[in-house]
Design a protein around this ligand. Structure first.
Ligand code: HEC
Length: 252
């Protein structure tokens, strides 16, 4: 019952991307209540448990990434990164997969609840730190950023839309939904987030796939070079907007 009411309340001008958009007083109240008690917290706690019990916790992650435990949170705030031993620019979800492989376990799919929840918990270790991706740190991330920028601006699919076609116009409205500026909305610092319309925790890449489907584009695979490049580009927009890591986000 509650869910139905929520869905109805979510139509119209209700947009969670930022304070810049107007919300009705009732919608605002509901959003504030949910923020205090984000339904995603339960998924993040599940991720914490898995991370401690199956991945060996912060100590193992720091060791895998070759950073000190003291610097781990700051290092996480800089993802996606080029991880030398993986030979690629990768997201935290792929780091978790690589840890599973290194520990001789079967790796879980990037779209599994386990990887979603655990990567959300791992990113939350950097909560309140500035989004600090450095797209000039090495040539690998420079290339990834350049690819992401290109893809963001490339028109694709039968509707001939690029990400930028919609997301360069903050404040405008598409079928009753405001179009968020991805930097202003801190997309890079707030996903994985709870998507109220889906009642589940979703990663930035999965959210982006949603837009690709809506825009009539073949969705890029999670963890592909292209998808990671888009995450790099979008995360850098958050950095340019001086955003901080705030996991889990709460979104429409
Ligand atoms: C047809 C217009 C359109 C196109 C094209 C589009 N988007 Fe979106 N996108 C939207 C709308 C509308 C929302 C917000 C919907 C809502 O309020 O839930 C959104 C939301 C998002 C968000 C979440 C923002 C937040 O609040 O944190 C991300 C991330 C995103 N889009 C990524 C992309 C990427 C990547 C592309 C290109 C592959 C893309 N979008 C293309 C319309 C579009």
């Amino acid at each position: 019952m509650k869910k139905i009411v929520l869905t109805l309340a979510l139509t119209g001008t209700f947009v969670l991307a930022g304070e810049q958009y107007s919300m009705s007083a009732a919608d605002k109240k509901m959003y504030e209540e949910m923020l205090e008690n984000n339904p995603a917290d339960i998924f993040v706690s599940d991720g914490e448990e898995i991370f401690e019990e199956e991945f060996g916790g912060e100590e193992s992650l720091a060791k895998f990434l070759d950073v000190s435990e003291k610097d781990l949170a700051k290092y996480i705030a800089g993802f996606p990164r080029y991880v030398k031993k993986m030979g690629n620019v990768v997201g935290l979800d792929q780091v978790l997969q690589a840890m599973e492989v290194e520990q001789g376990k079967k790796k879980d799919a990037l779209d599994s609840e386990k990887i979603f929840n655990t990567s959300a918990y791992v990113k939350s270790l950097a909560n309140d730190l500035p989004v600090s991706i450095d797209v000039k740190e090495n040539k690998e991330i420079e290339n990834s950023f350049a690819l992401g920028k290109k893809l963001y601006n490339t028109r694709r699919g039968y509707r001939g839309l690029s990400c930028n076609s919609c997301h360069s116009l903050p404040g405008s409205v598409l079928r009753t939904q405001s179009l968020p500026s991805l930097g202003g909305a801190n997309a890079g610092g707030t996903w994985p987030a709870y998507r109220m319309t889906l009642s589940k925790l979703v990663t930035l890449q999965e959210r982006s796939r949603g837009c690709m489907k809506d825009a009539g584009q073949e969705p890029l695979p999670l963890g592909s070079k292209e998808m990671v490049a888009l995450e790099v580009y979008i995360t850098n927009l958050a950095k340019e907007n001086k955003k901080v890591v705030t996991i889990p986000g709460l979104k429409r």
